[in-house]
Design a protein around this ligand. Structure first.
Ligand code: ATP
Length: 234
């Protein structure tokens, strides 16, 4: 399988006055094109820091990171902006929709600068919200807002969908439908999905699970038979 992202000896430290916090310590990993990766770890283990490095939102203190062979660790701001715009779709725990834009407009705004976006109505239909296109976020349930947020990320037609606790604010069955959508995107478009979570049950749906602890990858587990979201509980 072809690598889409490679990290070598990646470290991230934050200087807080006299104290140095090591959020990531000498981490090595590879993510393959089209796979579904779950990054599992407790609070404070470094998951978000890792996601920020993968998504080009923050730069490492040390080490190297490559997207399709192109270095991100020493890239200019302009290159990183292009990378985020075209290669990455983000899904956050609390949706981050723009409140005074409708569902349709939220998606439209995100694709405006994309190179090769998908049809907005088609994507809203895929997340089963076409009939809610003209509704504002405050008129939608949490699960529906998250589906708009997923539509917004998918419509950019990114290479990698990065999801930070995408089910964290949702009840179980709503969370399930969100995970099903992410799986569908992964399978239908053969796109890479990376989910970070502290929820061990979700690990079972991934092709691989990265267990992260104290800023390091403790182990990587390959699921020979990843489960469907309906088959797991959390
Ligand atoms: N901007 C920052 N400044 C200082 N320390 C930070 C910053 N961001 C993260 N850290 C520290 O880095 C470590 C890893 O944090 P990170 O947010 O990556 O963990 P996490 O696994 O995503 O946690 P959570 O599940 O609670 O979101 C923590 O000790 C955290 O306090």
């Amino acid at each position: 399988m072809e690598s889409i992202l490679v990290a070598k000896n990646l470290s991230k430290t934050y200087q807080m006055g006299e104290v140095t916090v090591s959020a990531l310590r000498d981490v090595n990993f590879e993510i393959y094109d089209g796979e579904f990766v779950v990054v599992l770890g407790p609070s404070g283990s470094g998951k978000s820091t890792m996601l920020n490095m993968i998504g080009g939102m923050d730069q490492a203190s040390e080490g190297e990171i490559y997207f399709r062979g192109k270095a991100l660790h020493n890239a200019t701001d302009k290159t990183l902006t292009q990378f985020r715009r075209n290669a990455i779709g983000f899904v956050f725990q609390f949706y981050n929709l723009i409140p005074n834009l409708t569902a349709y407009e939220n998606v439209k705004l995100s694709v405006e600068l994309s190179k090769d976006p998908l049809d907005i109505e088609m994507v809203l239909n895929e997340v089963e919200l076409l009939d809610r296109s003209d509704h504002f976020p405050s008129q939608l349930s949490g699960g529906q807002q998250q589906r708009v947020a997923i539509a917004r990320a998918i419509a950019k037609n990114p290479d990698i969908l990065l999801c930070d606790e995408p089910t964290g604010a949702l009840d179980f069955s709503t969370g399930l439908s969100v995970l099903n959508l992410l799986k569908k995107f992964n399978k239908t478009y053969k796109k890479t999905v990376v989910i970070i979570t502290h929820n061990a049950g979700i690990g079972k749906i991934g092709d691989r699970v990265f267990y992260i602890k104290d800023g390091q990858i403790e182990k990587v587990v390959v699921n020979d038979k990843p489960l469907a979201p309906e088959e797991v509980t959390w």
